[in-house]
Design a protein around this ligand. Structure first.
Ligand code: UDX
Length: 460
């Protein structure tokens, strides 16, 4: 008997798509979700991945996985920017060799093999134009929001206008060309390697210009204004807003860390919409003082909380050592702490009423899809832009702006979870959630864009 899942799978179409995710959780998730979407449309899927943060192939028995060396010696000792720089410097040759092998299998007219239609690559890989050598079209997957990307792509312009590097006295001023952003909302690219920023931005834009299309994990009804500034043929290439990816299938299985299912049994015991879920994603780090401010803000709010404290979240600390002994008892047993949660299931749980988040794009979309209003504490990159849109465009959350302090956190949690203001945000985000359901339905905007994407790939 056919299962519900199988009945949504199209017959095989004899074409193969090669996907090359960037090896960070927030990039692996959307790429593997995209693989599942394209598989359901009849394409065979090959994943080229680095040894660092390699996805668990057992969860995708129908995909073909190829590992390449990445030149990282001790990634645990490096920050994410250093890892990104090293990967872009060291992966080009192994990637080209791997691609050559995969393409030559097809060219040798091996009747067993599906012909390779194209490469789909993360927008932060800088060397994937090597696919040109094999006459392989490349499509870029954007893992940021459209607004976040447009702001990063505008970096040279923002520099020429004097907005960046950001100077403290002007940080509250509006960026007139990009409303409603203020100078302090411009993505933070101020890393230890400032000399790397502009070459990175220009490589991103050049790769897009040379590509055969761009796929977005967003949907028209959410980012209509930003998408309308991006012509249907941006740089002469077609754009496909087909998101939110994770709603095409049940919860993803591309997590690099084991997801603690006890989070769900704990939520099962809580009242509807009573719990604030707290997570800062897979990359952001905070210091011990900030960690303790969050801990006391949560405890003092008197609202039940599910808190993801990822090992490595707090600089120089392994896990919970910085918490005072008996902290959870001092919070009257209202709290539950895990290292990593099944986030999509958590956000979909009826007990969850709010999300204190770092405003990564995946987390923001996942929260919108479940109608959960947010408290935004952005830390880096595109997260400031996402937070500004959540608080000032969609008006479905609060933006913590100053130093991370317990009183601010306590007040924000009560505003979101208890007061009328939070209820209004919940109503607005429930409307956005309805738009999600509509865009994925037959004839909806994302459904149509996916149809165009499938035809586009089949035309190669
Ligand atoms: C980063 C950037 O912040 C983000 O904006 C960019 O688009 C990708 O890189 P990250 O810090 O990983 O991403 O955050 P986010 O984009 O929110 O992705 C985190 C993913 O991990 C989400 O899909 C979330 O569901 C998952 N997650 C998070 C878990 O499965 N369990 C957890 O406990 C926390």
């Amino acid at each position: 008997m056919e299962t519900k899942q199988e009945s949504r799978i199209s017959p095989r179409n004899g074409r193969r798509v090669i996907l090359f995710p960037l090896p960070f959780q927030g990039h692996i998730n959307p790429m593997l979700q995209l693989g599942s979407i394209l598989y359901s449309k009849g394409f065979s899927i090959t994943i080229i991945h680095t040894k660092f943060n390699s996805p668990n192939s057992c969860n995708y028995p129908h995909f073909d996985f190829h590992s390449i060396s990445d030149g990282l010696t001790d990634p645990s000792a490096e920050d994410s920017t250093t890892i990104l720089i090293t990967l872009n410097a060291k992966c080009m040759v192994p990637f080209r060799n791997c691609l050559a092998k995969l393409v030559s299998n097809t060219n040798n007219n091996n009747a067993q093999e599906d012909s390779v239609a194209c490469l789909i690559t993360d927008f932060l890989w800088q060397f994937t134009h090597v696919a040109d050598e094999f006459k392989l079209p490349t499509i870029i997957l954007q893992t940021h929001s459209v607004s976040g990307y447009l702001c990063i792509a505008a970096y040279p312009f923002l520099r020429d206008k004097g907005y960046v590097p950001i100077q403290d006295p002007q940080s509250e001023s509006p960026v007139i060309e990009y409303p409603p952003l203020r100078v302090k909302d411009i993505p933070k690219l101020e890393t230890r390697y400032p000399e790397y920023n502009y070459p990175l931005v220009s490589a991103i834009v050049n790769n897009i210009k040379a590509s055969s299309g761009m796929i977005w994990n967003t949907f028209e009804e959410l980012e209509q204004a930003a998408l309308s500034t991006l012509p249907e043929e941006y740089f002469g290439i077609p754009v496909f807003p087909i998101g939110p990816f994770h709603k095409y299938f049940p919860a993803s299985s591309s997590s690099l860390l084991s997801q603690d299912q006890s989070s769900i049994s704990w939520l099962d015991k809580q009242a509807p919409k009573s719990v604030i879920y707290v997570s800062f994603g897979s990359v952001a780090a905070i210091n011990e003082t900030e960690f303790l401010e969050i801990a006391w803000g949560l405890a003092n709010s008197r609202v039940p909380f599910l808190w993801v404290v990822r090992p490595g979240l707090v600089d120089g600390v392994e896990w919970l050592e910085a918490l005072p002994r008996g902290y959870l008892e001092m919070a009257d047993g209202r709290g539950y702490i895990v290292q990593w949660a099944p986030q999509q299931q958590v956000l979909a749980h009826p007990a969850v009423g709010g999300f204190l988040t770092h405003s990564g794009w995946n987390s923001t979309l996942e929260s919108i899809c479940e109608g959960v209003p947010m408290i935004c504490q952005p830390c880096l990159a595109d997260q400031m832009v996402n937070a500004r849109y959540v608080s000032h465009v969609w008006r479905v959350g609060l933006h913590l702006e100053g130093k991370l302090e317990k009183k601010e956190i306590e007040t924000a949690i009560r505003r979101l979870m208890v007061e009328a203001e939070g209820q209004e945000m919940r109503e607005r985000i429930t409307c956005l959630k309805k738009n999600v359901d509509a865009c994925l339905r037959q004839g909806g905007s994302s459904h149509q864009a996916l149809g165009r994407l499938v035809d586009h790939i089949l035309s190669f």
